[in-house]
Design a protein around this ligand. Structure first.
Ligand SMILES: Cc1cc2nc3c(=O)[nH]c(=O)nc-3n(C[C@H](O)[C@H](O)[C@H](O)COP(=O)(O)OP(=O)(O)OC[C@H]3O[C@@H](n4cnc5c(N)ncnc54)[C@H](O)[C@@H]3O)c2cc1C
Length: 421
């Protein structure tokens, strides 16, 4: 039986109501499609799995020159902003400091995701929270999604599916649109079962929201060094009123000891010569954890009727784990492509969402790929305190900013190569 407000058939079903999914639903609905967006979370945006930093529009445009910035990244609802930043300060293992300008916002991700979902609803998309997509069965003209919901169980159909279901995307795995994934057909006609191959890079993020800390309210701070965060970095982001998000991002492939992200972060909070002083009065009000793709996009992100966007498609800056700008942009493109494909089909043309691939790659494919290459080079530094300290001596602050954004200037690359010898 269907839930009271659910239809049986939709033009477009979006799986996941994070930034990618809600942007996709918003623009698909604006383009005239009949849209449902589903999330397994009972409350959209909660629990949060993010530190919430978003560079402002001009920073994003400088970082990713090809990006056509969606309105959603230009006008952030003031209620979603916890703090505004103007600087970033980074600390080497031997406590050298570099500082550069970074204008942006620390967002309340729960409110930001809710605001985006409400905008999708205002454009006419139907929202269904508390509902997980468990499997998808595909026929020639439609997909059937099996839903397990707080409202019961149901099957619905979609002409187009947008998988915005995060880094462990069921949709990506089911349709072979993810790193290391291949799709095998089971004996049951048309039912795909996912198989995930290991061997692609992902990070873990673990963070605390803290209150009662004594930090710089306008600066993002980042700390490096193998004692506290082997191969990764620890951040302190201001959240206003003596509050901060204090977190660690690392990759298991770079760890030399069997310690958890939580253990490293606790050690940092207690012992780091600079940070411990700032954080010593702090109390933890929330614990947050999540997975961060670090290897770029899969070879294929679209079929004729399925697209993946955001973390589901590896749309994350591999050098710093930032994914919000890519997620919203890719979601918008996927939503627009979906609406056009459905409208074309209604006019008798063949349904096709294949254009998505070229469109997002045209806007930020190169930036994404450069960030993976930069991450690979930076791994060689992050794993050695000696090399990291030398790079801090050798590079001016603005070059760190460029590298963090995945752009390694040629002169810097030569210098770094020399340091590696
Ligand atoms: C600890 C941490 C800190 C981070 N900090 C930052 C930061 O400061 N700045 C930044 O830009 N990025 C940051 N990121 C990355 C950022 O959070 C992601 O890139 C971003 O959320 C991607 O958005 P998305 O919509 O693609 O996916 P998500 O936000 O992950 O949304 C996916 C949604 O899909 C839903 N879903 C999944 N499977 C199903 C299913 N089968 N059925 C129904 N629903 C499903 C989930 O419930 C979820 O709501 C951080 C990530 C982590 C883990």
């Amino acid at each position: 039986m269907l839930f009271p407000f659910l239809q049986k058939n939709y033009d477009v079903v979006v799986v996941g109501a994070g930034p990618a999914g809600s942007a996709a639903a918003k623009y698909a609905a604006r383009g005239g499609a009949d849209v449902l967006v589903i999330d397994r979370k009972k409350e959209i945006g909660s629990p949060v799995q993010c530190a919430g930093f978003l560079p402002n529009a001009s920073e994003i445009e400088n970082l990713i020159p090809g990006l056509v910035l969606p309105e959603d990244l230009k006008k952030i609802p003031p209620a979603c902003i916890l703090a505004e930043t103007s600087k970033q300060r980074i600390y080497s293992p031997d406590l050298q400091v570099k500082e550069f300008d970074v204008n942006g916002f620390v967002l309340d991700r729960r409110l930001f995701d809710t605001a985006l979902a409400e905008q999708a609803a205002a454009e006419g998309a139907q929202l269904l929270c508390g509902t997980a997509v468990k499997s998808v069965r595909s026929d020639s003209d439609k997909h059937t999604l099996h839903l397990n919901s707080v409202f019961g169980q149901a099957e619905i159909t979609a002409k187009v599916i947008i998988g915005a279901d995060g880094p462990s995307s069921l949709i990506g795995k089911t349709f072979g649109l993810c790193r290391g994934a291949e799709t095998v057909k089971s004996g049951n006609a048309g039912i795909s079962s996912p198989v995930l191959n290991a061997g692609y890079e992902r990070g873990v993020g673990f963070e605390y929201k803290m209150t009662g800390v004594d930090i710089d309210s306008k600066s993002l701070e980042m700390f490096f060094g193998n004692e506290y965060v082997p191969g990764g970095y620890i951040w302190i982001f201001p959240e206003g009123d003596g509050k901060a998000n204090v977190g660690i991002g690392l990759r298991h492939s770079l760890l030399t000891e069997k310690r958890s992200a939580r253990d490293y972060l606790n050690h940092f909070i207690r012992e780091h010569p600079i940070a411990a002083e700032k954080l010593k009065g702090g109390k933890i009000t929330s614990v947050i954890a999540g997975v961060i793709p670090a290897d770029g996009a899969p070879e294929k992100t679209a079929t004729d009727s399925v697209m993946v966007a955001g973390d589901a498609a590896g749309h994350v800056m591999a050098t710093n784990g930032g994914g919000i700008p890519f997620a919203v942009t890719a979601g918008k493109i996927a939503g627009e492509v979906a609406a056009e494909a459905v409208s074309d089909e209604k006019c008798g043309r063949k349904l096709s969402t294949a254009a998505y691939e070229q469109l997002w790659r045209g806007e930020f494919g190169e930036a994404l790929e450069s960030s993976v290459q930069a991450r690979k080079l930076m791994d060689k530094f992050f794993t050695s305190d000696k090399r990291m300290n030398a790079a801090f001596k050798f590079l001016p602050a603005d070059k760190f900013k460029e590298m963090q954004c995945g752009n390694i200037p040629h002169a810097v690359k030569i210098g770094l190569d020399l340091l590696l010898k």
